[in-house]
Design a protein around this ligand. Structure first.
Ligand SMILES: [Zn+2]
Length: 402
């Protein structure tokens, strides 16, 4: 579907924007005849934020996700006792409720692009459709792929995950783009990594999030997971490497030279106690992600500031701006439009109008998707009701899948 053809004028005084064909065409007054005028007087217009690594499948987590028991002491135990139980418990209805809630709240927080990494081992085939349809319906940009893994069902499970990426990539959407994905080097065989390389899609994969991923790759005879994935051909240029907490500066420079994007997730890294990603500044292509936390990028920027201080690795003056540039450049490469942190003629028309800290209007691809704080293409009350209904079902299934 083409972007909306109607001309839209965001009337914010001297900062007014004329939008046409999904892009910003002019800045400033007056409103041209025939354009729809959206009252933005007294509001501040910014580019929509980019969440460069997240998991829509964890969208119900804020609704009472039970704590892992016994309390985990390592990153692997957090995965085994919490997230790998949650992902095995997902079915179509709970995934749909989760995705709708996550996407709706992202838009209402001013985040207009989500780069997702998906896993639901007991509901693989068709799972990406559930995510893609939710984003397409609500009007949020989404790039997603199934994070193939061998950890539950061996190489056959890995093959099914990659097949889901391939199948989904044949669909055409307005707001959604396909990715290839692997869970992480430490949960896939060489055969699955090689099969991922054959997809011909940009990949999205967790790399060196915890030292366990590095130790596993070294046991397999590689310098680390980055080298393993590169050697086996599964990280084509434009692929997305999430975390990189345990990469050295030399490895980060190698990732940069290989044309890879890196995504820093400070809240998640602190929550999982895996460490602070110190070496990422050695690349000029680093974005910010929430790794399953709600997609309010203001909270993630605050966490980056806080965690860098705690790690005695204070941010350079330009770091926050560099992360925003990285996120927009990454999204531009995936969506084939000019997403820019500073709106100017030619920028894609993903715009948020703020009253102070409050999101008032949101425009994605030139279309108003939130107006006066209300979703236009979905019913937030119904989305929240479905989420409240599905969450306890999901927690019960997690017990059964423990
Ligand atoms: Zn993640």
């Amino acid at each position: 579907m083409p972007p909306t053809g109607a001309r839209l004028f965001l009337d914010a005084g001297a900062d007014a924007l004329l939008i046409d064909g999904g892009a910003v065409r002019a800045v400033g007054q007056p409103a041209p005849a025939g354009a729809r005028v959206l009252d933005c007087r007294g509001l501040t217009l910014t580019a929509g934020a980019i969440n460069a690594h997240t998991h829509l499948y964890s969208g119900l987590a804020p609704l009472g996700l039970p704590p892992p028991l016994p309390p985990p002491e390592t990153f692997l135990q957090i995965l085994e006792r919490l997230w790998w139980r949650l992902d095995r418990a997902l079915d179509r209805d709970s995934l749909q409720a989760s995705a709708e809630l996550y996407v709706a709240e992202a838009l209402l927080a001013g985040t207009t692009t989500l780069i997702d990494h998906h896993e639901s081992p007991c509901f693989i085939e068709g799972s990406l459709d559930v995510l893609g349809d939710a984003a397409e319906r609500l009007g949020c940009r989404l790039a997603t792929g199934y994070g193939a893994t061998d950890r539950n069902g061996g190489p056959d499970e890995g093959r099914r995950g990659l097949e889901e990426c391939r199948r989904f990539a044949a669909r055409r959407f307005r707001f959604v783009r396909p990715l290839g994905a692997l869970h992480a080097s430490f949960t896939v065989s060489d055969a699955t990594v090689r099969r991922a390389a054959e997809l011909g899609l940009p990949m999205h994969v967790h790399v060196a999030e915890d030292a366990a991923d590095v130790a596993d790759a070294q046991q397999r005879g590689y310098a680390g997971p980055l080298e393993r994935l590169l050697t086996l051909g599964a990280l084509p240029r434009g692929s997305i490497v999430a975390h990189g907490v345990h990469l050295t500066e030399a490895q980060v420079r190698a990732a940069d030279a290989a044309g890879l994007w890196l995504v820093q997730n400070p809240r998640s890294n602190a929550g999982n106690r895996v460490g602070y990603a110190r070496a990422l500044d050695a690349s000029g292509h680093v974005a910010l992600g929430t790794d399953g936390y709600p997609a309010d990028m203001r909270a993630e920027r605050a966490a980056l500031h806080e965690e860098s201080e705690k790690a005695a690795h204070p941010l350079a003056e330009d770091t926050l701006a560099a992360r925003a540039r990285g996120g927009h450049a990454l999204a531009s490469s995936l969506f084939g439009v000019r997403l820019e942190p500073e709106l100017a003629p030619g920028s894609a028309a993903d715009v948020v109008a703020w009253r102070g800290e409050q999101v008032v209007h949101v425009v994605v691809d030139g279309e108003v998707v939130v107006e006066a704080g209300r979703l236009i293409r979905g019913d937030l009350d119904a989305i929240r009701a479905r989420a409240r209904e599905q969450a306890p079902r999901l927690w019960q299934r997690m017990k059964e899948h423990a």
